[in-house]
Design a protein around this ligand. Sequence first.
Ligand code: SF4
Length: 397
Amino acid sequence: MANRVNHRKKHEIKTTYYDKFQCLASECPITCCKEWKISVDEKSSKKWNDTRWSDHRETEYIENAKTKKLSEYLIHYKEADVICLNEKKECPFLDQQKLCKLVLRYGDQILSKTCREFPREIHEFKDRREYSLAACCPAVVDFWRDTQDVLDKEAMEKMESDIKNNKERHLYQLRMLLISCLEDQKISIEKALLMGFYLLLEGKDGRVSYQKEELEELSQAVDEMDFQIEDTFLEDNALFLDMTENYWKQGIYRIFLEPLREEASRMETDDGYIENEFMQEYGKFLKVYRDQESLLRKYLIAEMFGQLLLDDYDWQDMTVAMQWIGMEYAIMRQAAFLTFKQTGTLSYEQMKEVIVYIARMTGYDDADIWEYLEESFQTLIWEWGYFAFIIGNRKGE
Ligand code: SF4
């Protein structure tokens, strides 16, 4: 008997704005074609090896182009091919109108998978496919400003009942539980993250469902804890300096980083700052930061949907991903404060810039995240206390 081919179409779940995405191209304020490692997959790399960049008038922008193959614009970095950026740290194929010369010359099919797909993230599971958009693109942040809901909750719940594998369903439900904490507008982002991380640690042995009263008790317990806002601030300042240091040394994101790192370094070494100015300045900052709360909530929900669960993940992977999201948020909030301190304002455009740049700088792959955590914290999984330390709680603002 002939083998039966399974033609069953995979279920699909997407963030609500996924299909509306369009690259801003020449209108993009923070193009992804510069200061960025643009990887070129093996298939594209082979194609580039057979493609000469020699017979087109656009070549006048590229030095020695007459003798080069496209593959000669690649360098090997961490076992992958990446495009070698020019001295302005831009992709050599970016033209003066901020358009891609390769697309203009050869069409989309010449692009590497990264360039073709960015900022789309597609996660394949056995019986479903999940689609989201990464925070590293300003057009995606605009969706969070303009969209009411990041996720279609009904579709998410329906999908849950279709997951047959127990382990996979457990992780799926844990992710839903964490997202639902953030969707509750009555609690602050900080408290939602603290509750979520607690529930995730408790979920190691399989627990995912809680009565309303139990969650209220947890919320109250978090409120009754004593948080030292100054200590959280200093730790987040150190995390900001640490996370941005390599980029700074390599001369990447200089325009964004220079004023912020200057402030952060000054505050780190000025013993009197916390005692004399901090509380007053931080109080003013929190007032304007509150205006960005809805945007940041949607950013976090989208991050949790896109980053907490991949096909081969177990509880440990999900917990590491949650810690990374928490740390990313703490660094973003710190960068927002530094921006406010520098300019006296925190507009939507400024917050968007902070989200995009910090997301790019913290956008490590899993192996690098594990290495960073093990080297910096000597442990992969944090205690709840450290997560709470870097996030803090804004109850008394
Ligand atoms: S960052 Fe986004 S909008 Fe800007 S060029 Fe890249 S894909 Fe397009």
